[in-house]
Design a binder for this molecule. Structure first.
Ligand code: CTP
Ligand code: MG
Length: 551
């Protein structure tokens, strides 16, 4: 079995950082900016979609004999890639060289017989392998699909020699792996098969952090149901005087159509979709969506439709991440730092979202002197006729050809940028100013909100409208503290540590530890507890014949 992936490395001209780029497909040539080895998002997506269509997901016994397993599969054609992973059991993702092999494999699959239960005979590319030879003990290598716990990361970073190395190491341990990306596209492809029962020509594509280059292992899977690809949906010019039209059901608004489509798909996924659980229809949101968990992949899935602006913002984020490796390194580091301190959360609420945080990093990089990345208006100016895009009255035009973008020569290190980032937002005039990556300059706030970040494409919207003053205050306090920590000799320099011992957390590792300020504040709060409360604890501890908790 050959791995499809060859890795090409190149040295970034400004930073001297070694960057790896996946290689190895015919699409690459046409869509690559040869000078820098960068590929367009659409080329990456087309390749991944192709792989996903040739793949199946098979639940296996943990002691499956790998050789026998491959021999069994190869009766249907060449396997180009496979890997095992764990998610509510052991699964294998298997990719064939040819699509026909999948059809041949499915031909062989049977509907199981069960007693005491009934089954919905809905066939998908999610299968179970039965009665294959087992080996004595588990020898399979499971590909991790989640990140290591933060404490392990802190230990790993503490052993690095510089803050630059720490930032790179953090990104390497958090970013999506090749395998996890394949799994994401496969889940989209499986869902597309289900939706194709209603809309045979539809496409389901991932967007957001699964594909914008800033995704962390374990992040949610945002998907868009693309109905625009259905032929004839965009007005055609009739070829002759006579013409035919489909008779279609009508609804009062575009939004009502989206809601009804998502509602029906939600039913289908809920009632028929193998492995799909906890389906929620969130149809009254600004952007209606279906939310569910896909157990065989462990992904939390969000499916939206008619959300083309979000696809554009995904492309924009991807482009910025490709322009200079420092963009991704910094975004990963800031996102991880924010998560470690509860500045961001997986639950929606009044806190800053990862998307807002990413825009804040981009804005900061535009404000460097010289700027590391150009403004969105500059990217719009470089656009060619094919890049023109207006969605629901919003101008979403920007250049797609990387080679047209000239970067300024900024040589700041990751360490400098990290310190400067904290300084920048520790002192930013949040009260008066709005963050604006279109102009690359702060603007007067158009409306009252603690944090105002202009949506790059829907410019009348505030990306961080949900954020309250308390959450913004926590962010600013942490920026101040992190900036201070990076200026202290004890925390900002490597601690070494005796051989075999884990060094004391320093640099970025120190920044990821629980906040000192939060600790002091909570100690003060405990001291302020009413006397009656303290007496009660004391009495209780005496009753139990124990020492009261001194902390
Ligand atoms: N998005 C947007 N405007 C918003 C929120 C989101 O345009 N106010 C788009 C962005 O393209 C974003 C995508 O929707 O990347 C998905 O949103 P979300 O899942 O909230 O953010 P992610 O970038 O995917 O980050 P995470 O890893 O936290 O899921
Ligand atoms: Mg997301």
């Amino acid at each position: 079995v050959k791995s499809l992936r060859r890795v090409q490395t190149f040295v970034h001209r400004n930073t001297g950082t070694v960057v790896a780029a996946a290689d190895g497909d015919p699409l690459r040539k046409e869509a690559t900016d040869e000078k820098h080895g960068r590929r367009s998002l659409s080329a990456v997506q087309a390749e991944r979609q192709g792989q996903a269509e040739r793949s199946v997901l098979i639940s296996c016994n943990p002691r499956t004999n790998e050789k026998k397993f491959l021999k069994f599969l190869s009766r249907h054609g060449d396997v180009s890639k496979y890997f095992f992973y764990e998610s509510y059991g052991i699964y294998a993702l298997v990719e064939f060289t040819k699509r026909e092999s999948v059809a041949s494999l499915l031909e062989e699959a049977a509907i199981p017989t069960v007693s005491h239960e009934a089954l919905v005979p809905f066939k998908t590319r999610l299968l179970s392998l039965k009665n294959i030879d087992s080996v004595g003990s588990t020898n399979q290598q499971y590909q991790p699909q989640t990140t290591a716990p933060i404490n392990q990361l802190i230990q790993r970073l503490s052993r690095e020699e510089s803050i630059d190395r720490q930032v790179i190491s953090l990104t390497e341990s958090y970013q999506l792996t090749e395998e996890n990306s394949r799994l994401r596209f496969l889940v989209c492809s499986l869902l597309q098969d289900m939706v194709a029962a209603y809309f045979p020509e539809c496409a389901i594509k991932p967007f957001g952090s699964s594909v914008n280059g800033f995704g962390k292992l374990g992040c949610d899977l945002d998907m868009i149901l693309d109905l625009d690809s259905i032929s004839g949906r965009k007005a055609k010019t009739p070829k002759s005087a006579s013409s035919l039209e489909y008779q279609l059901k009508r609804a009062s608004t575009e939004r009502a159509v989206t809601q009804s489509i998502l509602s029906v798909i939600g039913e289908c996924v809920d009632q028929f979709g193998p492995g799909c659980v906890g389906v929620q229809k969130i149809l009254n949101a600004r952007c209606p969506l279906l939310r569910f968990a896909h157990q065989p992949s462990s992904f939390q899935c969000d499916l939206t439709a008619n959300n083309r602006v979000a696809v554009k913002s995904t492309e924009l984020l991807y482009l910025y991440g490709q322009l200079d490796p420092r963009v991704r390194f910094l975004v990963f580091t800031v996102r991880c730092w924010a998560r470690a301190h509860g500045i961001t959360s997986s639950i929606p609420g009044a806190w800053i979202s990862n998307f807002s945080l990413t825009v804040m990093v981009l804005f900061f990089l535009q404000r460097r002197s010289p700027p590391i990345i150009p403004t969105l208006d500059h990217l719009k100016g470089l656009a060619g006729p094919a890049d023109k895009s207006v969605i629901e009255g919003n101008d979403c035009t920007f250049v797609s050809d990387f080679s047209r973008i000239q970067l300024r020569s900024n040589t700041e290190t990751l360490e400098q940028l990290l310190c400067e980032f904290f300084d920048f937002y520790a002192t930013f005039a949040f009260g008066k100013m709005s963050i604006n990556i279109r102009k690359g300059k702060e603007q007067n706030k158009p409306e009252v909100a603690p944090l105002h970040i202009q949506n790059p494409f829907e410019i009348s919207l505030n990306v961080s409208k949900n954020v309250n003053a308390t959450q913004l205050g926590r962010f600013v306090a942490l920026c101040q503290e992190s900036s201070w920590l990076l200026q202290q000799v004890e925390t900002a320099t490597p601690t070494g540590g005796a051989a075999g011992n884990t060094p004391r957390p320093w640099g970025l590792a120190a920044l990821l530890q629980p906040s000192q300020v939060a600790e002091i504040k909570s100690r003060k709060k405990r001291r302020r507890e009413p006397a009656s409360e303290r007496i009660r604890t004391l009495l209780e501890s005496l009753k139990n014949n124990k020492q009261p908790n001194k902390s």
